[in-house]
Design a protein. Structure first.
Lengths: 121, 110
């Protein structure tokens, strides 16, 4: 079965960077985009961007341009998301999600368990 | 401020039918399929249904999705206590070149 397993919780100082991993299994990793979505405490979902595991192409949400980098390592079926220049506003649970086609478009049919990133001095 | 507007809360009693709305614009809901996600407390979101009423396997047919113009709706019939969760609509936005989510609706089963 499809599984996305993320790395563990992180605590970072303001100004630092964090890199979260998302290991895929149960399907051909290069066949589907991986998206990153975050959720601040008590808040809704926010799309950050996506990466094509096939060619490494990325698209970032405007709010994260210049501060987020998404990469992948295809031999180990793992996607990564790095956020730099962290502030307290970046404290959130970060999710990876697999994009799949449906009858008339696309949806996120499988999600990682989430990684809590806490930014605190 | 979310691009998609959802009511912050909804409620119903067991067995009832409840509807959750999601309002957008021509650059998103008006031209694209909307997807709905369920998030149980303390867990990751889970894919529920699309606005074309397509469900992944395992999602009961008590859940239905629809769309009209620039608004989409999620209906839950035969409400059960296990349906108590946050519900989010999501769609691709052609103007923003981004996926956008609604602010979420907290469903309470009374």
């Amino acid at each position: 079965q499809v599984q996305l397993v993320q790395s563990g919780a992180e605590v970072k100082m303001p100004g630092a960077s964090v890199k979260v991993s998302c290991k895929a299994s149960g399907y051909t990793f290069t066949g589907n985009y991986i998206h990153w979505v975050r959720q601040a405490p008590g808040q809704g979902l926010e799309w950050m961007g996506r990466i094509s595991p096939n060619n490494g192409g990325t698209n970032y949400a405007q709010n994260f341009q210049g501060r987020v980098t998404m990469t992948r390592d295809t031999p180990v079926s793992t996607a990564y998301m790095e956020v730099t220049r962290l502030t307290s506003d970046d404290t959130a649970v970060y999710y990876c999600a697999r994009e799949s086609p449906n009858s008339n478009g696309w949806w996120f049919d499988s999600w990682g368990q989430g990684t809590l990133v806490t930014v605190s001095s | 401020q979310s691009v998609l507007t959802q009511p912050p809360s909804a409620s119903g009693t067991p067995g009832q039918r409840v509807t959750i709305s999601c309002s957008g614009s021509s650059s998103n809901i008006g031209s694209k399929t909307v997807n709905w996600y369920q998030q149980l407390p303390g867990t990751a979101p889970k894919l529920l249904i699309s606005s074309l009423n397509q469900r992944p396997s395992g999602v009961p047919d008590r859940f239905s999705g629809s769309k009209s113009g620039t608004s989409a709706s999620l209906a839950i019939s035969g409400l059960q206590s296990e349906d108590e969760a946050d519900y989010y609509c999501a769609v691709w936005d052609d103007s923003l070149n981004a996926w956008v989510f609604g602010g979420g609706t907290k469903l309470t089963v009374l």
